[in-house]
Ligand binder design. Structure first.
Ligand SMILES: NC(=O)c1ccc[n+]([C@@H]2O[C@H](COP(=O)([O-])OP(=O)(O)OC[C@H]3O[C@@H](n4cnc5c(N)ncnc54)[C@H](OP(=O)(O)O)[C@@H]3O)[C@@H](O)[C@H]2O)c1
Length: 283
């Protein structure tokens, strides 16, 4: 890519993006990171060879290399920090960059209110597997975003995983509930499987490693297979066998006292709760 990029906020998610960009086709020379904390800034310089400035928002700031005319400005700060940060970057709007925000719950309208009506804004929801370049992002653009800017954002997000687009920004609440929060559901599944294994008599460390390998191994199998998850499940479920016995409980067909409605009902309630919370937080 031959445009300049400003990354504002380089914590967990910002650093995952930065590492992905450098591993893909972005040159370190084309990236300027904004990180106010001197020790973190120096560590980022050493680790990635990128320019790091304390503040690119103030035109008079001394500690800044040339951040003029960035093609994209990526906001990866905490949602509560974003409004103040966006105010400081409104001065870039006239230079025509696309603003890509990954802040959970911060709507395009709230950013537009800070940056002005002319700002081209993409709001995206990535997830933490981005740290291993296996993230899943969903993005939504405002009407100011050109096809070229959309392609830029797709490549920036695509450097750390898959990218899908939605036209209806309200869908990002459901996206947050499925893929944004989803990794935690899988981690919890691994915890529960390990606990159940220990209860069944396995040594604790063996139960934990079996649960970890099973969740990650099955995930990899699902990723590599063209088959749907339901087909893969059926393929390993012989009628009357051990897997069928467990699935009857998980599907709420047996032992209804422990699993009324089964995992499907639980997952549906969990996703609904997360989506509701996402809606509340973006008010
Ligand atoms: N982590 C996730 O699973 C996830 C998933 C999807 C979306 N997101 C979104 O990604 C964003 C970042 O999350 P995170 O987990 O990466 O948070 P984080 O680790 O706290 O990173 C935020 C970074 O922004 C820096 N920062 C604060 N004020 C700044 C300013 N004025 N200018 C430049 N940088 C500034 C912070 O520096 P200091 O630490 O020095 O204050 C920190 O390095 C959030 O909006 C979150 O909603 C996160």
């Amino acid at each position: 890519m031959t445009f300049r990029l400003l990354l504002v906020g380089c914590g967990k998610m910002g650093e995952a993006l930065l590492a992905g960009w450098l591993a893909a086709d972005l040159a370190a020379d084309d990236i300027v990171v904004v990180e106010p904390e001197p020790a973190t800034a120096s560590a980022l310089r050493q680790r990635y060879g990128v320019a790091v400035v304390a503040d690119a928002g103030a035109p008079t700031s001394k500690d800044r290399p040339d951040v003029a005319s960035p093609g994209a400005i990526v906001f990866a700060v905490k949602p509560q920090t974003l409004p103040a940060v966006a105010d400081a970057y409104a001065r870039f709007v006239a230079e025509g960059p696309v603003f890509l925000s990954i802040a959970a719950g911060r709507t395009i309208a709230s950013l537009q209110a800070r940056l002005g009506a002319e700002a081209a804004i993409v709001r995206a929801m990535p997830n933490t597997p981005a740290a291993v370049r296996r993230g899943a992002s969903v993005a939504c653009a405002n009407a100011r975003v050109t096809a070229e800017q959309r392609a830029v954002c797709e490549r920036l997000l695509g450097a750390v995983g898959t990218v899908a687009w939605v036209d209806d920004e309200a869908l990002l609440d459901a996206v947050t509930a499925v893929s944004g929060s989803g990794p935690a559901y899988l981690f919890y599944l691994a915890e529960c499987l390990a606990d159940a294994g220990a209860e069944a008599g396995l040594p604790r460390d063996l139960a934990e490693s079996l649960a970890r390998e099973t969740v990650t191994g099955a995930g990899e199998l699902l990723r590599r297979s063209p088959e749907a998850a339901a087909t893969l499940r059926r393929n390993v479920t012989s009628p009357g066998g051990t897997t069928a016995a467990a699935l009857a409980v998980l599907m709420g067909e047996k032992d209804a006292a422990v699993s009324a409605g089964g995992l499907a009902a639980l997952m549906s309630a969990a996703v609904e709760a997360a989506a509701r919370r996402a809606r509340d937080l973006s008010q």
